[in-house]
Design a protein around this ligand. Structure first.
Ligand SMILES: Nc1ncnc2c1ncn2[C@@H]1O[C@H](COP(=O)(O)OP(=O)(O)OP(=O)(O)O)[C@@H](O)[C@H]1O
Length: 310
């Protein structure tokens, strides 16, 4: 129903988004996964006609919405990354204010407010002032505002950043429930791969403005089906040891973090005894070695050589 075609945004000499192609079908939860600065917010801003694309198009039911965004505005609810609420008003007053912007009033507005408060689990806090809310409650109310006009599509820009685990779970469950019970179509952006893995039917992975992989979870993970990931914990990071790993012709990729060394090798390669011997020769202590089934994080590592959270 919604399609991005070669959508790009260039600021001076750099592309924030380059040739983004994406489609979202009715009733799907689609994930947009990428680290900070990948171009997720810029893509959403172009979808919400807040930012004009440098080139490309956005199609709603095969019609461009760049010149006439009102058909999309009517059916889309945007949950921005920043909290957009009046902190001196109560939860209910905020919903009344934003509801009037959507031209809702009277009984219809009140009914919708009751329904939304129920959906975001804030019915019993409706009379409380937003400045007294926790970060998670503010985010939930932010989502409630986007749902007031009964949108068919909910676009959520990193809705769980910086909140407690309980609120995060609540938001994830709310998204699942809205999708299941109301067939709400959702575009969910995040840099937490486990959220996207849990929620989404199909996933687009972005990095540095470009799409680097897309497909169903299984399709994306199958990029690594011929490889396996070995995660090794050592007592210290030894540059010689890491160089030896990088020079080893059977190892496809070596990625280091503060405490771990991640090695990607072809599935059939058995490297255990060799790794232990190499570590011994460098006087290194290995505290654990794990072989992992590929996750989306591994796919990202494989495609970019960097961790998703960098
Ligand atoms: N108005 C602007 N002018 C110049 N550069 C911009 C502007 N807006 C975004 N950028 C740049 O475009 C790139 C993509 O930013 P964007 O905010 O879309 O990424 P993101 O994936 O949403 O990351 P985050 O989660 O940190 O918001 C970044 O390098 C950013 O600095």
């Amino acid at each position: 129903m919604l399609e991005l075609v070669d959508l790009s945004k260039k600021y001076k000499n750099t592309y924030a988004v380059k040739n983004m192609n994406m489609f979202i079908e009715k009733g799907e939860i689609v994930g947009m996964l990428g680290p900070n600065g990948a171009g997720k917010s810029t893509t959403i801003s172009m979808l919400s006609s807040l930012v004009e694309p440098t080139n490309g198009d956005v199609l709603l039911l095969n019609k461009s919405i760049l010149k006439n965004p009102s058909p999309l505005r009517k059916i889309v609810g945007i949950v921005p990354q920043e909290i957009a609420l009046y902190s001196e008003l109560t939860a209910e007053e905020n919903l009344q204010f934003f509801g009037r912007i959507y031209r809702l009033k009277g009984k219809k507005l009140q009914q919708k407010i009751d329904e939304v408060l129920e959906q975001i689990g804030l019915s019993d806090r409706r009379k409380d002032i937003v400045s007294k809310f926790s970060g998670g409650m503010k985010r939930r109310l932010n989502i409630g505002v986007a749902m007031l006009h009964n949108p068919e599509i909910l676009i959520m820009d990193e809705p769980t950043v910086g909140i407690d685990p309980q609120s995060r779970n609540y938001i994830l469950e709310t998204v699942k429930r809205l999708n299941k019970e109301k067939q709400m179509t959702v575009l969910y952006t995040s840099h937490y791969m486990e959220e996207v893995e849990y929620l989404c039917d199909r996933i687009y992975i972005m990095d540095q403005g470009s799409l680097i992989a897309s497909g169903s979870k299984d399709e994306i993970k199958s990029i690594l089906s011929s490889e396996k990931t070995i995660v090794m914990k050592v007592n210290r990071m030894d540059p010689t040891f890491i160089q030896l790993l990088k020079d080893n012709p059977v190892i496809n990729q070596v990625i280091t973090s503060e405490k771990e060394i991640t090695i990607i090798v072809p599935k059939e390669v058995n490297l255990f005894s060799k790794l232990i011997k190499m570590a011994e020769e460098q006087n290194l202590e290995i505290s654990s070695v794990d072989v992992k089934v590929p996750t989306l994080e591994d796919v990202f590592l494989h495609l970019t050589g960097r961790a998703l959270r960098d």
